[in-house]
Design a binder for this molecule. Sequence first.
Ligand code: GLN
Length: 482
Amino acid sequence: MVTAIDAIAGIKSGQISCETLIAEIYERIERSKLNCYITLTRESALEEARDVDKRYAEPDFQRKTLLGVPIAIKDSISTAGIQTTCASRILTGYVPPYDATVIEALKREGAIIIGKTNMDEFCMGTSTETSYYGPTKNPHDLTRVPGGSSGGSAAAVAAGEALIALGSDTGGSIRCPASFCGIVGLKPTYGFVSRYGLIAYANSLEQIGPIATTVKDTALLLDVIAARDWRDSTQVKVKTEGPSNYHCSWLNETGIVPGDAISGLRIGVPREFFEGCDPEVARAIWNSIHKFEELGATYEELSMRNMKYALAAYYVIAMSEASSNLARFDGLRYGLREGKDEDWHTTFSRIRGDGFGEEVKRRIILGTYALSAGYYGKYYLKALKVRTLIKREFEEALKTHDILAMPTMPFVAFKLGERIQDPLSLYLADVNTVSINLAGVPSISIPCGFSHNMPIGLQLVGRYFEEDLILRVAEAYEQRGS
Ligand code: GLN
């Protein structure tokens, strides 16, 4: 499959027909057994593609950073005029009247939306098995999960059913499926990308981010979606409106990363992230670290003692925020509205009872409990204190190290059905990803080998707003390491 950067160059020079490229992708989707998509936008996509083929030479079109690139969008991101379900029955049929800021940015830069991808219901899960629309399968092995919750986006990119995709990451939902599907996924620093139009699961933790087959495509997409937005007050002003060629700033003319990307780099390797990790996964991560050493980096093992509390703190905070966010789904304003209206309590309960899946209900109940009078201090407040300790520990570790390296997931993709009956075992799978959301630091997952023929993901964590460095290091590894 062609990369997004090559496709754009081909389209801009008239060597690639955008319509043919997109028609081929739809053919692949039609034949696919993966179930990556909830909604396809074939007609509008092909129409836009024909327009690109006609007008690509116009200066306005030549200026568009993502001209003609077919992109898949996670179904938690609002798209005007296109059904947006969050993979839940309760939002089936809901068509947002507006675009998320990231979607506006993609359209401005000429990307073509080919569909909305499958995910865990309301982003709650690690395997894309809680979707109302059935699970997505892993392109490397159809009996295994693609990871979650952005499983549809990751599987689509890995299988050539889209060139690039957007996911959202609250506790690992971009990095986990990127790791399980053998591709690249980046969770930006909290506040880097606007969340306006992202259907909220846990606001204080989540970010929209890019999923792609190469680091350069990831950087290019990040550059576009990080557009400044006054509608998200948590966004930090780090760059100006529109693409800044941020992705190019670390590449020289030949496209090769300058030699200093890795030489002198100080890598921290926190021991806690290897506890309970599959030995083959750990070996692959260590091989990558030694590769970095050969390329001129130094590494040091370190300890981050509070990491053992991360999962508990994350789930208390995420579920508490979710219980409050999901109160808006009452059947009156959005989506599902069936049966006869009775008194408010009965109707509200029936719609929510029918509309939400089991995992969503479990989390609403647990979150409501954690926030209730008498328990608030014991659970929610305590979790917030732990969060501060975790944040400090990352800040400390990143004072003396430029980057931290560890496995994204402690194991490779597991079998469909293997963990879904036991929610706790699924929560435990997030052990290496959630602390990063609690701290708000940026992190990328890149492929670094195979175990049992399934891909392994290397996770690199950086300082706040140092996406640039993470991408440079990842790019150097992609070019020379693997
Ligand atoms: N698996 C985690 C959860 O279920 C993270 C999901 C996410 O990042 N959206 O909460």
